[in-house]
Design a protein around this ligand. Structure first.
Ligand SMILES: [Ca+2]
Ligand SMILES: [Ca+2]
Length: 324
């Protein structure tokens, strides 16, 4: 799946363009609708372009300029993503004509940035929390198991009495927290049930758009889960196994939240993707999310017993619209 983000400066009409892959035009003439200055973008999805490297060409058909900055029709390619991996293309097409973008050359690669292993193309991080000053941006914490005694780490432990403990960015409203983008938690865990790293509804209302990046089955299999508010108001959910991952080792678990698609990565390698029940962020009519990690006990009370923990080494968020 190739996903492109397109926006425009409209003036005396909208920007029009075509898209071609490897020289073959895909679909007909397209008309941009989203305002670049408002930070919006149209999402253009092109399924099944095949493996390997490709050339994507965007041809801006109807440039116009009236002699001043407010009188200028322009087209923007705000981002190109191949199977969820950012391809680095972010360009203003100020005057008409075709612009080529090379994609797929680094597909499958990974990149070590700070303490994290990320999908290639994602080395630009907009928010980084290294826990050098304790809880950092995950300042909203609860329970007796939050441990900041090791500099550069945030650990949440289970306690003998199975009290719930955790830490998150404060959920302070639909427009707070973060929207679409790549969320990455570099963590290790001990003990099968209880540890989690997730995104929580920024309104703090549940059930809602909860996206669990890492939870662990009683047999030790790590997995991801997407929750939503069901038609009856209850909890709907779907899980995706992270097979082959040893959760007792330090790994970077990433979730890419796009318009209409969620993709999970471990150490930069894609593990799952779905287009079902994908929540919208605040900018697209939904609500944002806040990162959280901790020790769950409401559904697994009596199974923790004080031995389990999750240690976070680094968290990051990368906006998927770098020109935004
Ligand atoms: Ca122009
Ligand atoms: Ca650290």
């Amino acid at each position: 799946m190739l996903t492109m983000r397109i926006s425009q400066d409209a003036w005396q009409g909208n920007a029009q363009y075509t898209i071609a892959v490897d020289g073959k035009q895909i679909g007909g003439m397209r008309t941009a609708g989203a305002s670049h200055s408002a930070g919006d973008y149209d999402t253009v999805s092109i399924p099944e372009i095949g493996a390997g490297t490709h050339k994507v060409t965007v041809d801006f058909l109807n440039d116009a300029y009236g002699g001043s900055s407010g009188k200028d029709r322009n087209l923007y390619v705000d981002g190109i993503f191949l199977d969820g991996v950012k391809q680095g293309g972010s360009t203003m097409l100020a005057s008409g004509g075709a612009k080529d973008f090379a994609i797929g050359g680094s597909a499958g690669g990974v990149k070590t940035v700070g303490e994290q292993i990320l999908p290639s193309g994602w080395q630009q991080r907009d928010v980084v929390e290294s826990f050098n000053g304790g809880k950092g941006i995950l300042s909203h914490s609860w329970g007796p198991g939050v441990d900041t005694s090791s500099n550069g780490q945030l650990t949440v432990r289970s306690t003998w009495d199975d009290k719930s403990s955790g830490a998150m960015v404060k959920p302070a409203g639909a427009e707070k927290g973060f929207g679409y983008g790549l969320y990455s938690f570099t963590v290790k865990t001990e003990g099968h049930i209880g540890p989690y790293a997730l995104l929580w509804p920024s309104t703090d209302r549940w059930p809602g758009p909860e996206m669990d990046v890492l939870e662990i089955l009683s047999n030790g299999t790590p997995y991801s889960t997407v929750h939503w508010k069901g038609s009856n108001g209850g909890d709907g959910y779907k899980s995706f196994m992270l097979s082959g991952v040893n959760e007792t080792q330090k790994h970077t678990y990433s979730l890419l939240w796009e318009h209409g698609r969620l993709t999970g990565f471990v150490d930069g390698v894609k593990k799952w993707t779905t287009t079902e029940r994908v929540p919208k962020d605040y900018a697209h009519g939904g609500e944002n999310a806040v990162p959280s990690l901790g020790m769950q006990t409401s559904w697994n009370k009596g199974e923790l017993g004080g031995k389990n923990y999750i240690t976070a080494y680094e968290f990051s968020y990368a906006d998927m619209n770098p020109l935004g």
